[in-house]
Write a protein that binds this ligand. Structure first.
Ligand code: GLU
Length: 312
């Protein structure tokens, strides 16, 4: 039986990171100038144990915009704030499509799942608040509770996301025309852009992943941020849809529920075992960090984290 507490310490995590330095490939996302300017050599990793101890290596303190790694947490906040009714507003089936596919669920007009853009535009809109600014404040406070520290969003990144996010505007208008989005399309895109622009570092993101991995309880602060049932729902959807049209390959190869993002971050939640995050900007065609995926695979192997490992 694997130890419930991974024995990783800083030195072994550093050795793991060093073992992945020769992995090359992918390209830095260029959907907005701020992402295109990222240094491709940045490479950080952090692991959070059940005790709340954070073990980190490399550029784990470098700040970046969270991008789509925010999606599991938006879903969690929407579930918490609607008492579970968010599950009626958004599907949970994997799409096998790109993250920004202009596609809604056949028949219902709902977004297909909360891990693609359509779904995240909607879950952001479902959090508590009467105005876009109130909902922004709720999201920042909620994400901060997951991370165990105060968070804010980068105004320039958020402006850029709105300016270049034509597909997100299209998705919001489509959902509005289907009757699945209550707020205006402009409000929904502005809110989602702010959520994607929240600044985190690898350590903060690892704590966020750990909070989901430990049933909604932040292991660093001790705060029960969301119910265990909400965490279960979120981690289930991460497992099936978290890596977009690469989710099947990810589940086979890494076997840990995770969410990728175009900034090159990946957040991992191994239930009752650990939370982790990796950051390395070059991404593959599915939007997954190339070095991040390789490090995740090795971390999973080293600590027997695969959901279906069977010790083999
Ligand atoms: N800001 C990006 C978008 O909505 C996030 C995509 C991602 O990280 O996968 O287009």
């Amino acid at each position: 039986m694997p130890s419930p507490i991974p024995s990783s310490d800083a030195a072994s995590l550093e050795a793991l990171r060093a073992s992945v330095l020769s992995t090359r490939g992918g390209a830095v996302d260029d959907s907005i100038p701020q992402l295109a300017e990222a240094d491709p050599e940045l490479f950080g990793v952090a692991v959070v144990r059940p005790t709340g101890e954070v073990v980190a290596s490399g550029d784990s303190g470098h700040a970046f915009s969270i991008q789509s790694a925010v999606k599991p947490f938006l879903f969690a906040l929407a579930l918490a704030d609607t008492g579970g009714a968010a599950l009626d507003a958004v599907g949970i089936e994997p799409t096998g499509e790109a993250f920004d596919a202009i596609e809604l669920e056949g028949g219902t007009g709902r977004p297909p799942n909360p891990m693609v853009n359509a779904g995240a535009l909607l879950t952001a809109a479902l959090v508590d608040g009467d105005t876009c600014d109130e909902r922004t404040a709720r999201i920042l406070a909620g994400l901060g509770a997951f991370a165990g520290r105060e968070l804010d969003y980068d105004r320039e990144v958020s402006e850029s996301e709105q300016l270049h996010g034509d597909r997100n505007h299209a998705l919001a208008h489509l959902m509005r025309s289907e009757g699945s989005l209550e707020h205006t399309a402009d409000d929904a895109v502005a809110l989602y852009a702010r959520a994607c622009s929240v600044l985190v570092d690898t350590e903060a993101l690892a704590v966020m992943g750990a909070t989901l991995a430990f049933g909604g309880r932040n292991p660093v602060t001790g705060e029960q941020v969301v119910d265990a049932r909400v965490a279960r729902d979120v981690v289930s959807v991460m497992a099936t849809c978290g890596v977009y049209d690469g989710s099947g390959r990810w589940m086979r190869g890494v076997g840990v529920p995770a969410k990728s993002s175009v900034s090159g971050a990946i957040v991992l939640s191994a239930p009752n075992r650990l939370g982790a995050a990796v950051f390395s900007p070059p991404i593959d065609e599915q939007g997954t960090s190339v070095r991040g995926a390789e490090l995740s695979r090795r971390l999973s192997e080293e600590h027997d984290l695969h959901s279906f490992g069977f010790g083999g």
